[in-house]
Design a protein around this ligand. Sequence first.
Ligand SMILES: *[C@@H]1O[C@H](CO)[C@@H](O)[C@H](O)[C@H]1NC(C)=O
Ligand SMILES: *[C@@H]1O[C@H](CO)[C@@H](O)[C@H](O)[C@H]1NC(C)=O
Ligand SMILES: *[C@@H]1O[C@H](CO)[C@@H](O)[C@H](O)[C@H]1NC(C)=O
Length: 271
Amino acid sequence: MAVLQAVLILATVSRILAADTKFTGTGSTGLYWDCCKPSCSWTEKGPWLTHPVQTCKKDDSPLSDFTVGSACGQGGTAFVCNNQQPWAVNDTFSYGFTSTFIPGASEFDWCCSCYELIFLNGGLQGKRMIVQASNTGYDDPTRTIFGVGAPGEKDFANGCMNRYGSDGGGFLGNEGRPLTKRTDCESLPKPLQQGCFWRFDWFLDAYKPNMTFQRVKCPKALTDVTGCIRNDEDKFNASASTNAASTPYGESFSLLVTSLALAAFALAFNI
Ligand SMILES: *[C@@H]1O[C@H](CO)[C@@H](O)[C@H](O)[C@H]1NC(C)=O
Ligand SMILES: *[C@@H]1O[C@H](CO)[C@@H](O)[C@H](O)[C@H]1NC(C)=O
Ligand SMILES: *[C@@H]1O[C@H](CO)[C@@H](O)[C@H](O)[C@H]1NC(C)=O
């Protein structure tokens, strides 16, 4: 009896812990910008109430048909919308959109979810971002990585060259000429410069800084840009940092304590 009970309790505890890692934990970040249609812009990627992440035509006007293919390699005409670049609210807080990967979770969990990131290093220690997961990153499926969409990275630039018909002064699609200083942003196509400046001004050109992440209720500032609102938003509070016990983690923690207490009781009385 005690064994059966212990197994049941262990199963409950591991289920709780497994569920939590979808919402909170630590991970690393990075920067990317490929001009492509984001992965969360397809209809089947999440439980949203409104519509998938907004995509745009080549001229950056909104595209209402979410079945249109990506302009990156699939012969489609859908690009990322340029207003999905990060912006600073003040010196310690920014908004942005990310290419997300959380091991043990799926796009159905993260597409259009918002997360509060608190940076741990890379000169950014203590700075915060609230981001909406608009895309998915498959670079390393063993680790939690939130790639912030900010123009100026040199990888996967075919979509940008397709869109702007230029190599952005050599920084797009040119592995040999990494973008290293703020004034280099002036070589990018005009619509891509704002997020590039953010990289140097707010993000301090940090290289893959680590962070803690916690799911929060999406702020209107972000959902106004993507138009994407999930149907499970009310389970989350607006800011995790001001109220640590306000997310499902708090609820799970008390379940965990209860389970452990039950286990101790069962062991003590050998039931
Ligand atoms: C920066 O903005 C955030 C979000 O509005 C706010 O919570 C924070 O207090 C602000 N910080 C400063 C230093 O103004
Ligand atoms: C982030 O964490 C990983 C794993 O702990 C570590 O290898 C890496 O150096 C850290 N990154 C920074 C910028 O400190
Ligand atoms: C949000 O935080 C408040 C204040 O702590 C708490 O009472 C409430 O249950 C939280 N809401 C959700 C949906 O978690």
